[in-house]
Design a protein around this ligand. Structure first.
Ligand code: NCD
Length: 316
């Protein structure tokens, strides 16, 4: 089992073999997480610090649980409430934490590129838990695991990513991952919510849900990221739901066994109909949450193995 990286900053630097290595190990952790006793010692003795400069419930909880199940000492720091308010720079915060000798640093930050910058200043393994509109690698990996388990493969599938693509790091990481694994990716949404330079992404773009969803194997819905919008991106939520909200009628254009995904948190009645979201025959939204813990366990385990290998080299 080999993983080429010393950090998990994005999907971009990963080789297809790295992706497969994480997913294969995550499958084993799914089995562990379904047992009564959910404990392994892959991270025993290691210290994991979760630094969230942006609100998060599920991602932070998922990383915390992943670390605890593997025996790490886990500390959560809510950075909005702390020294950031007192004017400390990101780099000073990083150096302060670094002096406490963490082994794994999990970072979410509102600015694209902030996590890469931080990784250059510390000695430990850094995991990106979402930086601005840039990347959210563990989300794309948990989505990939969910797809692979539901469809039996992760190649030559047709996947529609729908809605607010422009503001979404989830979309970006998924486009890169699904492309690397040789799938056909379609982006569906209003032109105002498509990122600039979309032609370079190697994807097909649709403005219309009926055309965009036709015969796809996977329908991935995204949250309308209103907190990242500064003006009139959509006419109204009602109008948006009418044209882009996933309901039974729009889903009927997809393949009859297409699965429905959403990274959460979801806005029922805005981008997705509540009944579709709860339909256990189509929706894998709860599986995504389950896979999230397993994928984060796998990623931290692999990075910890590389940390240990490096410190052995230094000792020798
Ligand atoms: C996503 C995020 O933060 O980028 N959510 C998450 O990781 N749980 C998607 C979103 O906020 O819509």
């Amino acid at each position: 089992m080999s993983f080429s990286q010393s950090h998990l900053l994005g999907i971009e630097p990963l080789a297809p073999a790295d992706i497969t290595t994480i997913l294969d190990l995550a499958d084993q952790y799914v089995a562990l997480n379904r047992r009564d006793v959910k404990h392994a010692d892959a991270l025993a003795g290691l210290t994991q610090i979760n630094m969230f400069f942006e609100n998060s419930t599920r991602t932070q909880a998922s990383f915390e649980l992943a670390g605890k199940r593997l025996g790490a000492d886990v500390m959560n720091m809510s950075m909005q409430a702390s020294s950031v308010k007192k004017g400390e720079t990101l780099i000073d915060t990083a150096l302060t934490l670094n002096a406490m000798h963490p082994d794994l640093l999990v970072v979410r930050h509102p600015h694209s590129g902030a996590v890469d910058l931080l990784a250059q200043k510390v000695n430990c393994a850094v995991l990106n838990a979402g930086d601005g509109r840039h990347e959210h690698p563990t989300q794309a990996l948990l989505d990939a695991l969910t797809i692979r388990r539901a469809k039996g493969r992760l190649h030559r599938l047709s996947i529609a990513i729908c809605g607010d693509i422009a503001h979404s790091r989830v979309a970006r990481s998924n486009i890169i991952l699904l492309g690397k694994m040789e799938n056909r990716v379609r982006l569906v949404g209003p032109p105002t919510l498509m990122p600039a330079g979309i032609a370079d992404f190697g994807v097909e773009v649709f403005e219309d849900m009926e055309e965009g969803l036709r015969d796809v194997d996977v329908v991935m819905m995204l949250r309308l990221q209103r907190e990242r919008m500064d003006g009139g991106f959509i006419p109204s939520e009602r109008e948006y739901y009418f044209r882009y909200g996933l309901d039974a009628d729009k889903l009927s254009y997809a393949s009859p066994d297409a699965i429905v995904m959403h990274p959460g948190p979801m806005n029922r009645g805005v981008e997705i109909d509540g009944e579709i979201a709860d339909d256990i025959n189509r929706s894998v939204i709860q599986e995504q949450v389950e896979m999230g813990v397993a994928v984060r366990m796998a990623a931290m385990d692999l990075l910890a193995r590389n940390l240990r290998a490096r410190s052995k080299e230094v000792m020798a």
